[in-house]
Design a protein around this ligand. Sequence first.
Ligand code: 1CP
Length: 333
Amino acid sequence: MAPIQDTIINKKTTNTPIWLMRQAGRYLPEFREIRKLNPNFVNLCLNEDLSSEITLQPLKRFELDAAIIFSDILMLPYGLNQKIEFKKDFGPQLGPLNLNEILKIDEIDFFQKLYPIYKSIEKVSRNNLIKNKNLIGFVGAPWTLLVYMINKCSPKKKLIKDFFKDKFLINRILIIVEKFLKLHINHQIKNGATVIQIFDSWAGLLEEKDLPNYVYIPTLNLVNYVKSLNTPVICFPREIKNYKNYCDIVKPDAISIDYSVDPISISREINIPIQGGLDPKVLLSSAENLKKETLKYLEIFKDHPYIFNLGHGVLPETNPNMVDYLVKMVKDY
Ligand code: 1CP
């Protein structure tokens, strides 16, 4: 069994596996080279030759235990015909959200629009570099997708003023998004994804009272769906205040923690496999500091099923040599 699954399913506590969020991305010169020639990010995600090549780039350099498919959570609104553009130095910019347009989409239209992503997964899964490793498929959680679809751009720290005004629209969108997320997950697994990660990057924007409606219930539905396909599911509810409550209610197979979480308390509170935590900014500091912080996480979780990862994605200004140093350290531990 490949290492990430082994830690999650068999609750293994030795030979901590490692992969990194955004391990394929702008900190790699070989990615930037491809990106320069492909200014349209959506088209790049839909180019099965290039997206499979980018997915494998970090595995050529580092001894990672998994690849994560090169795509984006916002390919889902794209599949639902909401316009989406990734602008330089700004991030994603979405077009108008039209419920009538979205209601016209059927499962075949959606599948055809995202078809190259599934082909890319299939291609990666047949590559020798992924042998005995995991191929991670992913989706955005319904709440995080709703945020982008309504807000039209990154909420950074704030939602638009009237975000919750049209409750009817919000509830309809959540139901539609959930339906197509299940389809998207199913096709990723059918084509070779062996683990699914659900990114709820904006879970931390909600107050406690809104979590059941927007985070717990819709995510629980997805988690149950992934489990029904006999595939392990990892959840990343970034900056949520109470990870223990989240785990008790949503019951993912593993939980990915952000860097604001105290690793000691979480290792005591939560008994499911844990992933991540290290602040990606530590990779911008010295090798000495990176070693100290990495050993801290490894020590704290030495008797807990643990997957090494960061508390958020690798930053674009990261030196690949530091990533190399990190991966080697975890492997040698
Ligand atoms: O070159 C570029 O300008 C593109 C940068 C980039 C990349 C490399 C974007 C735009 N998306 C991606 C790939 C990506 N996105 C992957 C696969 C690669 C990998 O991890 O190795 C994954 C898993 C994602 C997931 C994603 N996209 C999330 C969840 C994780 C997180 O970062 O919190 C989110 C929120 C997005 C939206 C998004 N896409 C891109 C950007 C810059 C953003 C974030 C915008 C924001 O700050 O709100």
